[in-house]
Design a protein around this ligand. Structure first.
Ligand SMILES: NC(=O)c1ccc[n+]([C@@H]2O[C@H](COP(=O)([O-])OP(=O)(O)OC[C@H]3O[C@@H](n4cnc5c(N)ncnc54)[C@H](OP(=O)(O)O)[C@@H]3O)[C@@H](O)[C@H]2O)c1
Length: 329
């Protein structure tokens, strides 16, 4: 297997996937609309086909042009997208659909493939673009993959938790890095032990390749850091790799409410722990980057970028109010 077609490929996960595939001697073609800058435009190893994945004819043309062994689908946000893809790439050695940890519909620790239930998806949700229907749509895409595999198509799925690292346009981790780099005291909601599993982007990329090479049709594989850190530990780790000192100050619901804040105003906070089991993926020979190294590369990339996570900022003034209330206690 050495000829890969990446649907997407120019922003974050797909971009790192292309780099991983090149490092592993694949011929790579990316398929996208050309709306975002192509970081590989000067790299003769990466071919580009312009097209919209919503256009079945364009997908078919890409298939006939590239004749890929492996197809990596970074842009399937609706179950219908997965239906089109499995119907187009019927005879490839591997079709890997990026699902999500959000596809799980129950809260249990950890969430295991084939054990934790997936979200249901109504017809209305399947067509929707709302945030609330994201998990249901991803779960329905997984069911399309399973059904396709039962018809002999080599389709598999990967379920990443929150992905972080260089080029992360969601800027979720950037909010926290920005706080650490600019303030001595960082306010963390809850008691600091809050746990929302995260996956380093280069590990998601290598997982996608390994699943294509070693995975089984009809199977889904979770991906996330093998060692998890709590929200407090994450902030301390950022400070550590950035070579700075911060005081982490935790604030519960009542203290935050005094400044009209709530824990969920803080990005990467989730009340109930979200933890994905990664044993099934590790059994294929995958390993995650040590969290210290993953964070070091994330902070380095943050410093070189203009990302500041400002859109997630709950308001420093309100935070200062909470900090001064806590000082008086
Ligand atoms: N970030 C996370 O925490 C996380 C967690 C779990 C799952 N996921 C999943 O990861 C995937 C997103 O990955 P990414 O954005 O980082 O991937 P990416 O492949 O690096 O970037 C998205 C690409 O899709 C292209 N694209 C968008 N709409 C398209 C269309 N209609 N037809 C063809 N190309 C299209 C974009 O380019 P053009 O705009 O130029 O077409 C861009 O190249 C999604 O499936 C998401 O659900 C993400």
């Amino acid at each position: 297997m050495n000829n890969a077609l990446v649907i997407g490929g120019t922003r974050f996960i797909g971009r790192h996937l292309v780099e991983d595939l090149l490092d592993n001697d694949y011929d790579v073609t990316i398929f996208n609309r050309g709306n975002h800058d192509n970081p590989f435009s000067d790299d003769p190893r990466v071919q580009h086909i312009q097209g919209d994945r919503k256009d079945d004819e364009a997908l078919r043309t890409a298939k006939l042009t590239v004749e890929p062994d492996a197809v990596f689908d970074c842009v399937a946000y609706h179950p219908g997208d997965v239906v089109s893809a499995v119907d187009t790439f019927t005879d490839v050695d591997a079709y890997v659909y990026i699902s999500s940890g959000a596809a799980y519909g129950t809260e249990e620790i950890p969430k295991r493939e084939g054990v934790a239930q997936l979200c249901d998806c109504s017809d209305e949700q399947a067509q929707s673009d709302s945030d609330e229907s994201y998990g249901p749509r991803k779960a329905e895409g997984d069911r399309v993959v399973f059904e396709a595999a039962s018809r002999g198509i080599n389709a598999m799925s990967i379920r990443p938790c929150i992905v972080y690292g260089p080029d992360d346009y969601t800027e979720r981790l950037d909010y926290w890095i920005d706080r650490v780099l600019n303030y001595d005291r960082v306010l963390v909601p809850g008691d600091g032990t809050n746990l929302w599993h995260r996956a380093y982007v280069e590990d998601v990329a290598s997982a996608m390749r390994i699943i294509a090479e070693e995975g089984e049709a009809g199977e889904a594989y979770n991906v996330g850091d093998q060692r998890l850190v709590t929200l407090r530990e994450m902030v301390e780790l950022v400070a550590d790799v950035a070579g700075t000192d911060v005081e982490v100050v935790t604030a519960g619901e009542r203290e935050l409410a005094a400044a009209d804040l709530s824990p969920t105003d803080f990005i990467l906070y989730r009340e109930y722990p979200h933890v994905l089991s990664t044993g099934k993926l590790a059994a294929l020979g995958w390993e995650s980057t040590p969290v210290e190294e993953a964070m070091r590369r994330s902070v380095e990339s943050h410093r070189e970028s203009e990302r500041d996570g400002a859109e997630w900022d709950p308001g420093r003034e309100a935070e200062e109010r909470v900090l001064s209330i806590l000082d008086t206690l």
